[in-house]
Design a protein. Structure first.
Lengths: 372, 266
């Protein structure tokens, strides 16, 4: 499809609002660039960047006024599509039994503004997990169906990014309605816009954007290409599945278990981790009951609790479960890796456990064993 | 069939947890419609006869008399639920477990020989079988209602044992530790408070005690402490609060007690 150009994002924001979307995008709150409903396009994090490290995240001021020159923040888009708390149904006692009510209200239509290529792939992976099998998650499906995705190609990867290794960025793959590349200039921000769907074309038609000059398009493509060489982390691209399957008895798992707190942060910030638990509640009268679906984590001891005990009682077994599923058995289960290289699990681990380091250590130990 | 009866008991504690029952203002009428509060001295001196269907027990065991009384409470209770950090972990008064009680008593009391006290403060579960432990300093009102409601319905209470981080992430808090460097015990602390402190930009103080998320008996304080950006003395203190006996790994005298005795000798 054609390539268009915008100066500033105000017209796009207004068009999305006119089309009935609630616009979710990055904004500065509580010393971080979070994702939240945008009341105004002025609330984008203009001029803010980030410094990332294992277990550390700091905002920093930028010399330019770029809105999207920051890497992955504390949340992915997961809380908006695969919500932490979903009421599945509720029931009230009646004279002759009880009446079940479907609790799902009609969700608003969301426009996700500023979806990174890594997160775009993550949404595709959650689509596969939550809607691609025999059992569809109705809450996710309803929110996902109405969602409009404005991707942003990455020109400023962070110190913990490795999307290139995972083949998810820095150029957005399929799945977007519109894709932007941000170009900073002397006094204005320009955006090269790629249109991905009919819905995207309709929104762009509403704001009558002109075609992008070939030279501008070339510059935009070059900046994205250059970003690929500035990844802060690298993951061995091939053989992860075999490595995971072949290193279940590695000593490295004991070593990482001494550092791991089993707090579950890695799974909750991970844009693809999808596990939930279901709990039933009743009120004091005993006449009203509700069933809730809540985020769960394989780091929770209760997650593997069966009659007689916890299957994965040690932190070692839980960390191993998470990493070997994410990088290994995810392939068997869903036909792809579960990791998109966003680096959030590295940054938001309170003790800075870095999965790229763990994989390298497992690889070294396995190679040593093979040689010995 | 009449309403099930409820009794509230106090051992070494500040009364804050049992007052949580009175804090259930909106739900109190509905609650008393389903449960007969038969013994609750904080609310009324009229005490009904036992035995009781449910007993809420606050406080830790710190005296020889407590040792006798908790056996009586167990004997007159069909279900015994301990509430709060004192009852579940010994409370802040378990700091004595790391010091010398006779020495404390000699400094504090004019006639220490009048004082009948044990040299350790221990949770209720160290003395009698406990049916359920509700953590917190103080306990959370919603969790108390959940436990009582679950009992009335005959279901398992939904009181998850995972870390406070689960609650932060569910409510969209930005991690104060990662984004600001604020020391926080949340990653090793039992959820239940709704992540109140991090929601207001403070680190978690560990009021709910360790999350049972480790193999063996201890939380991974060794993994967390190097990341708290605190001095050794500060980390020592941050683990020495309401759940000290559950968080602190090492035994031995308090640095504070040593300082105090140094001061006294000067």
């Amino acid at each position: 499809m054609n390539t268009l150009e915008l100066t500033g994002l105000g017209p796009l924001y207004d068009a999305l609002r006119r089309a009935g979307y609630t616009v979710i995008g990055p904004t500065v709150r509580d010393d971080a660039i979070v994702l939240a409903e945008l009341d105004s396009i002025d609330h984008l994090p203009y001029g803010w960047g980030v410094r990332l490290a294992p277990g550390g995240y700091r905002l920093r001021r930028r010399d330019d006024g770029a809105a999207f020159a920051h890497a992955a923040g504390p949340q992915s888009w997961k809380p908006f599509l695969h919500r932490p708390r979903v009421k599945v149904w509720e029931a009230d006692r009646t004279d002759d039994g009880f009446e079940v009510k479907d609790a799902a209200p009609e969700p608003g239509r969301l426009a996700l503004l500023g979806v990174r290529p890594c997160d775009l792939r993550a949404i595709a992976i959650q689509d596969r997990v939550l809607t691609g099998g025999r059992h569809v998650d109705p809450s996710y499906a309803a929110r996902r169906d109405g969602a409009f995705i404005v991707a942003v190609n990455c020109t400023e990867p962070g110190e913990t990014c490795f999307c290139v290794s995972m083949g998810t960025g820095p150029q957005a793959g399929p799945g977007y309605d519109l894709s932007l590349t941000e170009l900073t200039g002397e006094d204005s921000l320009r955006y090269v816009v790629d249109v991905g769907t009919e819905a995207g074309a309709r929104v762009m038609g509403d704001i009558q954007a002109g075609p992008a000059e070939p030279a501008v398009v070339d510059r935009a493509r070059a900046e994205v290409t250059a970003a690929a060489d500035r990844m802060g982390r690298e993951m061995p691209a091939l053989g992860l599945r075999d490595l995971m399957a072949g290193s279940l008895e590695a000593e490295r798992w004991d070593e990482v278990a001494e550092r791991c707190l089993s707090c579950g942060n890695c799974t909750m910030v991970c844009p693809t981790c999808f596990c939930t638990r279901v709990t039933d509640t009743t009120d004091l009268t005993g006449d009203h009951a509700e069933r809730w679906q809540l985020w769960d984590s394989c780091f929770d001891l209760d997650y593997s609790h069966l009659h007689g005990g916890d299957v994965r009682s040690s932190p070692k077994s839980r960390y191993r479960q998470w990493l070997t599923h994410k990088l290994g058995t995810w392939h068997d289960q869903f036909g792809s890796s579960g990791c998109v290289g966003c680096g959030r699990c590295i940054v938001w681990c309170p003790v800075g456990i870095d999965l790229t380091v763990e994989v390298a250590a497992l690889r070294a130990e396995t190679a040593q064993d093979g040689a010995g | 069939m009449g309403r099930p009866t409820l009794a509230v008991w106090k051992f070494a504690s500040c009364d804050g947890c049992q007052l949580t029952l009175l804090d259930c203002e909106d739900e109190l009428l509905a609650l008393t419609g389903r449960i007969e509060i038969a013994h609750f001295l904080e609310a009324t001196s009229a005490a009904g006869e036992g035995p009781y269907d449910v007993s809420l027990v606050e406080g830790s065991i710190t005296t020889p008399a407590d040792l006798e009384r908790i056996r009586h409470v167990r004997a007159v209770s069909r279900k015994l639920i301990t509430i709060g950090a004192c009852a579940t972990a010994g409370g802040v008064q378990a700091l004595r477990n790391f010091g010398d009680v006779e020495e404390f008593a000699s400094v504090v009391y004019a006639r220490p020989d009048y004082i009948a006290t044990l040299d350790r403060s221990t949770p209720i579960s160290a003395h009698v079988p406990v049916d359920f432990e509700l953590r917190g300093c103080p306990i959370d009102r919603r969790q108390l209602l959940e436990v009582l409601t679950a009992h009335l319905t005959g279901r398992r209470p939904d009181v998850p044992g995972h870390s406070v981080c689960f609650e932060c992430k569910s409510r969209g808090n930005v991690c104060v530790m990662v984004a600001r460097g604020t020391p926080c015990l949340g990653p090793i602390t039992h959820a239940g408070c709704g992540a109140i402190c991090p929601a207001y930009g403070r680190g978690c103080y560990g009021c709910f005690g360790p999350s049972p998320n480790w193999s063996g008996a201890r939380p991974n304080t060794r993994g967390l402490l190097p990341w708290l950006d605190m001095t050794e003395d500060e980390t020592h203190r941050v683990l020495a609060t309401f759940n000290v006996s559950a968080f602190r790994e090492e035994q031995g005298p308090e640095p504070l007690a040593e300082e105090a005795s140094d001061d006294a000798s000067q």
